[in-house]
Design a protein around this ligand. Sequence first.
Ligand SMILES: Nc1ncnc2c1ncn2[C@@H]1O[C@H](COP(=O)(O)OP(=O)(O)O)[C@@H](O)[C@H]1O
Ligand SMILES: N[C@@H](CCOP(=O)(O)O)C(=O)O
Length: 302
Amino acid sequence: MSITVKVRVPGTTANCGPGFDAVGIACTIYSELELFLSDEGTLRIEIEGEGKGRIPTDSNNIIYQAVQAVLDRVGKHYQGIYLKLYNKIPLARGLGSSAAAIVGGLIAANHATGNTLTQEEIFSMATIIEGHPDNVAPAIFGGITISVMQDTQPVHLRFMPEKMLNMVVAIPEFNLSTHTARQVLPDTITMKDAVFNISRVALLIGALCKGEFHHLQYALEDKVHQPYRQELVPGMQQVFDAAVAKGAYGAALSGAGPCLIAFTDSNCDRIGKAMVQAFSKCDVKAEYISLSIDIEGAKVIE
Ligand SMILES: Nc1ncnc2c1ncn2[C@@H]1O[C@H](COP(=O)(O)OP(=O)(O)O)[C@@H](O)[C@H]1O
Ligand SMILES: N[C@@H](CCOP(=O)(O)O)C(=O)O
């Protein structure tokens, strides 16, 4: 017997300034994957697009590991596992490629085996594999998500802003793995910095929810991770300033970086070009893309 499933998963921008490991937004950039399960054959992985030639095509591949985690959990075994990946989300740039890969593998395998796992169970498994919930939540549920770890269980709240919001992402040429960008973070922060972030993340969620985007100028400020990661992304502050100078409400590091993301409701091209130019003045080659909020999250498309 053989089964085929095709899944589409959005890229995500996590943290959004002060919401470290908690806030995430699903973006209108997508990777797709096809999963074929069969009683005969072996493991085979083919890649088109981002990461071709770089991503492992053996049992070290995280999509394969996600598929296998579902098969183990539901007690099914397949000799032949064939994965065809169509990767559009840039790798190790802060747009949640690993979360999309994990979520895609889990959802494809769950669908192929009769949808026995709930979305919440998928969310829990994805969080364990990814290590933090803020990318996998919007990748699964779409929209803007707030995630909280309750002991080992992730809990989420999803919402859409009252008004349309666009995001302009400046994508530098270089990669920065999330693992590396987490290693520069301190173990502890001061009470002053904690209060700085708590107040801003509350303002951020209120501003996004109500569509009062003028608050984003302050609501995107952060003292928990961005100051420490600044050394890894040359030109970070200059790019933020360039985006705001061209009319963006505010800007932040996308996930762990190195992408920088500006929030706006107009002038995306003007903002994007200014961000790329500011990067270039710091000897960083970059390009930009304009995105909006994905409302659906991951979905089975075939
Ligand atoms: N489609 C994919 N298939 C397999 N592995 C992937 C895929 N996309 C991403 N990865 C893995 O995730 C890593 C990037 O994850 P990470 O450093 O968290 O950055 P980000 O999630 O921001 O792109 C890649 O180096 C690769 O190992
Ligand atoms: N909260 C995480 C988010 C990482 O996002 P990614 O898209 O860079 O993987 C962090 O800041 O480490």
